[in-house]
Ligand binder design. Structure first.
Ligand code: NAD
Ligand code: UFG
Length: 345
């Protein structure tokens, strides 16, 4: 029998790419999403790539009763991948309670449902934000957790603590927390990708929108960091590579191969790139000249963070494979695809 995987936030950016990989591995997928930051049409993209339409339940995870209803309707759920959360760092500073309510209550309801409906496993979306400004790079999984510099980051730290406390009190359950570095790019089909609302906060959507002429100019936030070219350094990982890691984590849980009830893995490439290096790679990969200017540092940004991926590589047998140029090209193809769709609708 096919394993049945419940994917919360499955019409979102990382969720949709993961659903594609799960379907391609012949798993059955049930999506829960309240469409607060995604669109139902994403399901068409998933079906276009895989030939399969996943089950879809428009449910808000803050609603415990409705969440339980999904477990009643699909009694054979083997594992959960929990992506659903609010994720905008700046917005979380403006509306902290919304972030604590959405991100923590959703998790608690799912853990309660795991107990009630006897679901043994979960993969949780965590973030390298839990490391803050690391003492040294590349950062390993046992690096200290630093005080969060936003309510969003704090929800990820608290979520990890909640899961560990819950596992201490629950038998026969296991969870893998995946700490993502900077996911970028889109599916090579250009049928799914990231759909930022309003002015993008993140570097790559801002780059593609600038190249597409929607934004006049990219602001490079600071060239006075203590890095070789002065701009900040991150670990940019292709979203399809990231999605594949979720399939590996799910298999590890279903096959009972985890070493502890709670495991943590870094998901990155292991290579840090500066903002200027990303701009140069984008120009090279796409042939587009990018308009940019240097402005002040952005408040709350760390100087450099990139992953030590050895533990994930060895234990999961997974490695990020796609290079930065291929990844930026996929982001550009996706941007062009959205523009042409908007122009014709
Ligand atoms: P996304 O916003 O594209 O996807 C999240 C999905 O969850 C959306 O479709 C949204 O509608 C849904 N959702 C939110 N609250 C919900 C609720 N209460 N009930 C049901 N559905 C709800 O975000 P993403 O970039 O795909 O991120 C997925 C996860 O990965 C999040 O937990 C995020 O914090 C984490 N993460 C993302 C990044 C990144 O840079 N994208 C980095 C580190 C961690
Ligand atoms: N940057 C610019 N100009 C922009 C946008 C970003 O120069 O218009 C720079 C930033 O200063 C940073 C780099 O590009 O140096 C990457 O910025 P992003 O906003 O794309 O990503 P962050 O590393 O700041 O944040 C991401 C996620 C957060 C998560 C964090 C963890 O978006 O959700 O990683 O480190 F909390």
């Amino acid at each position: 029998m096919k394993p049945v995987i419940l994917v919360t936030g499955g019409t979102g950016y990382i969720g949709s790419h993961t659903v594609v990989e799960l379907l391609e591995e012949k798993m059955e997928v049930v999506i829960i999403d309240n469409l607060s930051n995604s669109e139902r049409e994403v399901l068409d993209g998933i079906a276009g790539i895989t030939g399969t339409r996943p089950h879809f339940e428009e449910v808000d995870l803050r609603d415990r009763k409705a969440t339980y209803g999904v477990f009643e309707k699909y009694p054979r759920i083997d594992a959960i991948i929990h992506f659903a959360a609010f994720k905008a760092v700046g917005e979380s500073v403006e509306k902290p309670l919304d972030y604590y309510e959405n991100n923590l209550l959703s998790l608690i309801h799912l853990l309660e449902a795991m107990h009630k409906y006897r679901v043994g496993h979960m993969v949780f979306s965590s973030s390298c934000t839990v490391y803050g400004e690391p003492d040294s790079v590349p950062v390993t999984e046992d690096a200290p957790i630093k005080k969060a510099n936003s309510p969003y980051g704090n929800t990820k730290q608290i979520s990890e603590e909640i899961m560990q406390d819950w596992l201490n009190a629950s038998r026969d359950k296991s969870i893998i927390a995946l700490r993502y570095f900077n996911p970028i790019g889109a599916h090579p089909s250009a049928l799914i990708g990231e759909l930022p609302t309003g002015i993008p906060n993140n570097l790559v959507p801002f780059i593609t929108q600038t190249a597409a002429g929607i934004r006049d100019c990219l602001n490079v936030f600071g060239d006075d960091y203590n890095t070789p070219d002065g701009s900040a350094i991150r670990d940019y990982i292709n979203v399809v590579d990231l999605a594949r890691a979720h399939v590996v984590a799910i298999r590890r849980l279903l096959e009972g191969n985890q070493k502890a009830a709670f495991e943590v893995f870094n998901l990155g490439t292991g290579k840090g790139l500066s903002v200027f290096e990303v701009i140069a790679a984008f120009e090279k990969a796409t042939g587009q000249k990018l308009n940019y200017r240097i402005v002040d540092r952005r408040e709350g940004d760390v100087e450099q963070v990139y992953a030590d991926t050895r533990y994930a590589n060895q234990e999961l047998g997974w490695k990020a494979e796609k290079g930065i140029e291929e990844t930026l090209r996929s982001a550009w193809e996706w941007e062009k695809q959205i523009r042409s769709k908007k122009a014709t609708s």
